[in-house]
Design a binder for this molecule. Structure first.
Ligand SMILES: [Zn+2]
Length: 416
């Protein structure tokens, strides 16, 4: 008897989403577009970004001193009052040259960063640097939106936005930003009702045809239990040589020189291009998975401590597993799907899906193997089938069984 016991515990089984039974769900959604500011807008934006960054850093200093020197937690309100005083100081009157709203929003962002820190969700807030991404958030009283054109406070003309899709609903805030490749973006935060994809009931959840498990990999970003191999557009690999060349060139440039700035910009632009390609690829992949399936089962990401090999680690970063899970996560919640995450340490690759036999070891370069039971196993596909079995167990026992209970996946594991 060689039954395999699966120890289900909070650490490694996380059913992320509860079902959504209603047909509509309200979600806050961000729509991001590129825009092209004219000369005057560019100057105004540079001023606004600079002032926001200054206010953020200034308030961070205030709150840090209060925290470390007097063990006091300074509130948003207090920083806001201090800002009003600061603006009265003639040395800082330039702060009045820009719209007040984004400055207030910078204080709010800082406040959120502190709340996240105090609750243990994030590290201590950091000072913002000029060369990183710049941004400013405008609340609804600081912009005009007529359904087609967006005009920010103090600006004479609307922004020239490249629309690639439209949204309905009224934006509550807009955030403008400039990335390190000097590209400008505007992001509309809109509250929307999202229609759930085909109705979601107990029956559908039991309908095993609507379940899919995906094995995360390198050769293919995913291999699914339904036999789909996604491939891995190795954008990074393709651009890698070019990137290395540009970085080498950058390193040779004298610090503070114009040429160095130019070289730095080239590197940033290539990075941005790679990230765009990757995101696009993953969006297509995740929406397909969410559309076609009711339940998506995947491994959770204990990626960081999983692999020490640097070459491989880079390839993992390239495959963007984190981004994939992130997209699956929010899309599942939007469309009333269920995402089940199972921890990696389940021997999904080494275990034969047909008989449950577990190999002692299975080196990474071995892509297929023959089991003692006669099953010819393709490494990733076999792993996906194992995940499917574990995921279904998690689903069947639900949240309540998640504890220190040991559960045998009897339907999948036969004794030898
Ligand atoms: Zn077997």
């Amino acid at each position: 008897m060689d039954a395999i016991l699966l120890k289900l515990s909070r650490e490694w089984v996380t059913p992320v989403h509860k079902m959504v039974y209603n047909d509509f769900m309200k979600v806050r959604r961000a729509y991001k577009y590129r825009f092209y500011p004219n000369q005057q807008q560019r100057i105004q934006l540079a001023q606004t970004f600079g002032s926001c960054r200054f206010v953020y850093n200034w308030a961070l200093r205030l709150r840090t001193d209060a925290y470390y020197q007097h063990q006091q937690k300074m509130s948003y309100k207090e920083t806001s009052n201090q800002l009003t005083n600061l603006k009265k100081n003639p040395d800082f009157s330039w702060l009045k040259d820009v719209t007040a709203v984004p400055l207030q929003q910078a204080l709010r962002h800082l406040n959120t960063a502190f709340l996240n820190f105090f609750s243990g969700r994030a590290k201590y807030p950091k000072f913002k640097k000029k060369r990183n991404k710049q941004s400013a958030t405008y609340a609804s009283n600081a912009f005009k939106w007529d359904g087609e054109k967006l005009t920010l406070a103090k600006m004479k003309s609307p922004l020239l936005i490249r629309w690639h899709r439209h949204f309905t609903g009224v934006p509550t805030t807009v955030t403008v930003s400039k990335d390190s490749a000097n590209r400008y973006f505007v992001s509309f935060s809109v509250e929307e009702e999202i229609e759930q994809l085909p109705e979601n009931d107990e029956q559908l959840l039991k309908d095993t045809a609507s379940h899919i498990a995906i094995d995360l990999g390198i050769k293919d970003v995913i291999v699914s239990s339904k036999g789909l191999s996604s491939g891995n557009p190795k954008h990074y690999r393709k651009y890698e040589k070019k990137l290395a060349k540009l970085q080498k060139r950058l390193a040779k440039k004298q610090k503070g020189s114009k040429n160095r700035d130019k070289a730095r910009l080239k590197v940033a632009k290539l990075h941005a291009k790679i990230a765009d390609c990757r995101r696009d690829f993953l969006h297509k992949l995740t929406i397909q998975l969410i559309r076609e399936n009711q339940v998506v089962i995947t491994e959770s990401l204990a990626v960081k401590n999983m692999i020490k090999n640097h070459k491989l680690a880079k390839a993992i970063a390239d495959a963007s597993w984190g981004e994939l899970i992130r997209q699956l996560d929010y899309k599942a919640s939007w469309y009333g799907r269920v995402l089940v995450q199972v921890d990696r340490f389940f021997p999904s690759s080494k275990r034969c899906h047909a008989c449950g036999h577990v190999l002692d070891k299975l080196p990474l370069e071995i892509r297929e193997w023959d089991c003692v039971c006669g099953s010819h196993n393709l490494r990733d596909y076999n792993a996906a089938l194992n995940l499917l079995a574990v995921g279904r167990t998690v689903l069947a026992y639900g949240d309540t069984s998640v504890g220190d209970t040991a559960i045998a996946v009897s339907s999948q594991v036969s004794s030898k």
